[in-house]
Write a protein that binds this ligand. Structure first.
Ligand SMILES: [Zn+2]
Length: 297
């Protein structure tokens, strides 16, 4: 499943290609992905020019000059492929992808084809169809049903020690579950929570509220916040973690997965300096947690 760093990587790949381009044609090959496309989906996009791209949680937001925004979620297996115009030679940057399943944009999983004014076609493919697309007024974007209740961006200034301490006060849920709560931090997934907790030396099993005192909080919250940001930025720099079906907008696989210290490392020696422990796997809320019980307290 694409995690936040992969979504950011895709957004950064699409941005130079889409920005400033007029959308000439939008073709949907089926009535729905995870949700039905809006009835006037193509009409709301065609003729508009792309102004900016942004990411909120794991949603890609494409603002258009007609006051509308396209919202995209990649689900489990969504990806974009950029196809050159027939015989075209325009220099459109390094994000072409000329081979693969969507080569001719006529594969069984090629569900949306967007033709731009430069002749480039942007193909959305999604074998499992857990992705989604919607269009809403840009001014109403943050009231959209999928965006209105999500928490702060982990890479933004909104995520800091004081914010976490306030949210964790009186929260008896395990620390890991609290960090995965999307109404507290938006778009932070299982992999990065396991990694950040390992680096911070904090047990995923301890109650979140145990880090908060009456009028202050455990300084390890600040350490944890720094590790969350560092780990996400490292993964973005590496092009995302690339699990299974995912490749970036440029078709290149990311390389972050080789560098996990805890996630998916069950039975491996802990790589914390001076620690003789081993990475264990436990199940919390139906999901695997990887941690070292020796150095994570
Ligand atoms: Zn350890």
């Amino acid at each position: 499943m694409p995690e936040l760093p992969e979504v950011e990587t895709v957004k950064r790949g699409l941005e130079p290609v889409l920005k400033g381009q007029k959308i000439i044609r939008v073709e949907t090959r089926r009535a729905n992905l995870r949700f039905p496309f809006p009835a006037d989906f193509a009409a709301m996009l065609e003729g508009a020019t792309v102004q900016t791209l942004a990411r909120r949680a794991k949603y890609i937001l494409v603002d258009l000059d007609n006051g509308q925004s396209l919202i995209v979620h990649l689900g489990m297996t969504g990806r974009f492929t950029l196809l050159k115009p027939e015989g075209g030679a325009a220099n459109l940057g390094e994000f072409y992808f000329e081979t693969g399943a969507a080569e001719n944009a006529d594969g069984p999983h090629d569900h949306v084809v967007i033709t731009l004014s430069n002749g480039l076609r942007v193909v959305y493919s999604d074998p499992r169809r857990f992705g989604m697309m919607d269009v809403t007024a840009t001014a109403e974007l943050h009231h959209h049903r999928l965006l209105k209740d999500i928490g702060v961006e982990p890479l933004g200034n909104g995520l800091n020690g004081a914010y976490i301490a306030e949210k964790f006060r009186d929260k008896s849920a395990p620390l890991k579950a609290a960090l995965l709560d999307q109404t507290i931090i938006a778009g932070l997934g299982n992999i990065y929570v396991c990694e950040a907790l390992h680096r911070a030396g904090l047990s995923p099993l301890r109650k979140a509220e145990t880090l908060v005192k009456a009028k202050s909080y455990d300084p390890r919250i600040d350490v944890l916040v720094r590790h969350i940001k560092d780990i996400l930025n490292e993964a973005i720099d590496a092009g995302g973690s690339t699990l299974q079906d995912f490749v970036g907008a440029d078709g290149e696989k990311g390389s972050y997965q080789q560098r996990f210290s805890a996630y998916d490392q069950e039975g491996q020696a802990c790589d914390t300096a001076g620690c003789a422990g081993q990475i264990k796997r436990v199940v919390q809320s139906g999901r695997s947690t990887f941690y070292c019980s020796v150095c994570q307290k």
